[in-house]
Design a binder for this molecule. Structure first.
Ligand SMILES: Nc1ncnc2c1ncn2[C@@H]1O[C@H](COP(=O)(O)OP(=O)(O)OP(=O)(O)O)[C@@H](O)[C@H]1O
Length: 263
């Protein structure tokens, strides 16, 4: 459950600040995620969770901050560089290639890790063709792993909402990331889909991956996460185990008090 102090953290981020005009969206936020953890980032609407995700994955340039992935400093200045460094993410608003098949969507994710790369995939160079078979096989395995293998040849846009989210996770896993960052994976899911999602995230962790999770569903966060950070108005108001965090008065006041309940 708790952090292992003698190991190198998978992600170590310190003093992240980000301002939008007059709004201080993040003030000196820092987290440390150990290998094999599911780390939760929660907070009320507008707390800065997505901004933090966008900063560490290279979508927003921070005003300050230091960043280490697997003990190595990395600069989150561009999304593809961050993906190469080893962080894969999903999006709150699903971002799939809607008219490509489920299999092709996962294959695109895999090309981050292949010699011929995305350009090779687009222009179908000979190097790409040589790799294509192995990539397709791996992509199918990942679709099976997330439970949507039978939809491999379906266009992404024809899949249910829950299945599209699982497809995004498969695509993220295809990059063999050091850290997989899930932005509200349960958004819009019904109770049954959430149970399946929870099992999937648990399995991904058991298979040795490290996960950072933004999630509004407090029950899901408390049940899944090893550590939790709570943001409120861009400030980190609590960090700790789910047990401690849900008893923290600042958290109850800022977040759980606003109509939510931690079970
Ligand atoms: N690109 C942007 N330009 C200006 N302001 C922004 C931008 N992105 C976010 N903000 C502002 O920064 C603050 C934090 O927003 P953010 O989306 O990070 O919060 P959040 O915790 O993810 O919220 P939610 O739970 O609603 O997704 C909000 O006040 C938001 O309006």
């Amino acid at each position: 459950m708790s952090s292992a102090p003698n190991t190198t953290p998978v992600l170590e981020v310190a003093n992240v600040s980000k301002r939008f005009g007059g709004l201080q969206a993040l003030s000196d936020v820092g987290i440390r995620i150990e290998a094999g953890q599911v780390y939760g980032l929660i907070g009320p609407n507008g707390a800065g969770k997505t901004t933090f995700f966008n900063v560490i994955t290279g979508l927003y340039t921070p005003d300050s901050g230091s960043f280490k992935l697997g003990g190595q400093p990395y600069k989150p200045t561009a999304v593809h560089e961050v993906a190469k460094a080893g962080i894969a993410r999903t999006f709150q608003n699903i971002r799939l290639f809607a008219d490509m098949t489920a299999l092709e969507n996962v294959m695109v994710g895999r090309h981050v890790r292949t010699a011929s790369g995305l350009i090779g995939a687009v222009f179908r160079t000979s190097g790409f063709k040589a790799e294509e078979h192995a990539i397709a096989k791996r992509a199918q395995e990942l679709l099976d792993y997330v439970g949507i293998g039978k939809y491999a040849e379906f266009k992404a846009r024809t899949l249910s909402y829950g299945d599209q989210r699982r497809l995004e996770i498969a695509r993220a896993l295809a990059t063999d990331p050091k850290l997989i960052a899930l932005d509200e994976p349960a958004a819009g899911m019904n109770a049954t889909e959430k149970v399946v999602l929870r099992e999937l995230i648990d399995r991904i962790r058991k298979d040795g991956r490290t996960i950072l999770l933004i999630e509004h569903d407090v029950k899901l966060v408390m049940g899944l996460c090893d550590r939790v950070t709570v943001l409120d108005y861009g400030k980190q108001i609590a960090e700790g185990s789910p047990f401690d965090v849900q008893r923290n008065e600042k958290v109850i006041e800022a977040y759980l008090g606003a109509g939510h309940k931690a079970h």
